[in-house]
Design a protein around this ligand. Sequence first.
Ligand code: PMP
Length: 420
Amino acid sequence: GYAFDVESVRADFPILDRRVGGDPTTPGEGPEDDTPLVYLDNAATTHTPDPVVDAIADYYRGYNANVHRGIHQLSQEASVAYEEAHDRVAEFIGADGREEIVFTKNTTEAENLVAHAWGLRELGPEDSVVLTEMEHHSSLVTWQQVGKRTGADVRFIAVEEDGTLDMDHAAECIDDSTAMVSAVHVSNALGTINPIRELADLAHDHDAYLFVDGAQSVPTRPVDVGDLGADFLAFSAHKMCGPTGIGALYGRKELLDAMEPFLYGGDMIRRVTYEESTWEDLPWKFEAGTPSIAQGIAFAAAVDYVDDIGMEHVRAHEDLLAAYAHERLSELDDVTVYGPPGDRRGGLVSFNVEGVHAHDLSSILNDFGVAIRAGDHCTQPLHDKLGAAASARASFYVYNTVEEVDALIDAVDEARELFA
Ligand code: PMP
């Protein structure tokens, strides 16, 4: 049974009722007219429920104005809503307050903020940065390039055959030279849930900081920065019912205080002369220029939405669908499923069908209205290691049903027959 009523959740997402299709003549050209949509690409982006769409529309219809600078009433209303959105996000992840929450464009920008503002200043050839082999390109490429500029050694904790981290290797990689450990909490490619607390302890034992990529974890399970031992945490609103264009960087206040700004300009300064400038208080020191105001306000509405369902319920639902999809896919003998078993993974399953390119598979699935992702999922080195150029990935959110997983399996079955 469900911990909450999926049908009433679905009613908040009109897009889930839409039909797809045109007038295709050949397989792979698209669904037939009026095919129901089965949306299983939630790790890429989730849909936006009516209350969140309303929050955006209410802002533009009712109190659209620039924030911070204005004395006039609309600007004050917008400022309060935008600033309080930081409080809401802070509370959601157990941060101490708005000082610890910087709104960024997305997870990627949050990673770049720390790698540039902290990494370029603090790292040198004597230092090391430790990542995992399953990092998303957003952290992998960022630290790789900052490593090249600073001379810091960038190391990768090995991924085992079963898709989990080799924690003995982690203990070897993280040593007294290590200044930063950056690890993905839930892998968007393998579904692996990484032992973040253990990594935090290893990092802190060596006076290193821990940056957690929470892009897939914050939307899908209860996350508390204190419990994790995270010094930094990044995530994106668009993967948790919020809009695109907004994400958050959590940083421990003393660390953000000690860091220099990433971007310079208006709104982030306190006093400017032709020679010198001083910085605004946290978090505004890191939010240069006019921010994404409607998106920030809607981010808080998205947090309200998932929090009302309850993150324990969201997790239980993700676990149920992922375990079921994992089990059903594993039953098919020419299907390779990547990552750990059903009870140790986040709400997504990556797989390949023997002899069928993931792109072709996904295009056949599209004929059945089933939306999945095919590609390297921004983890090219990991896919090299898996020996697969690409994989197919089905990923679930609160509004998905067991019947939709069945539709996925039926479509995969049809594709296998088509290519047999
Ligand atoms: N990390 C992980 C684990 C992700 O899944 C994603 C999104 N695919 C990102 C980082 C990057 O998120 P964004 O594109 O919103 O910056």
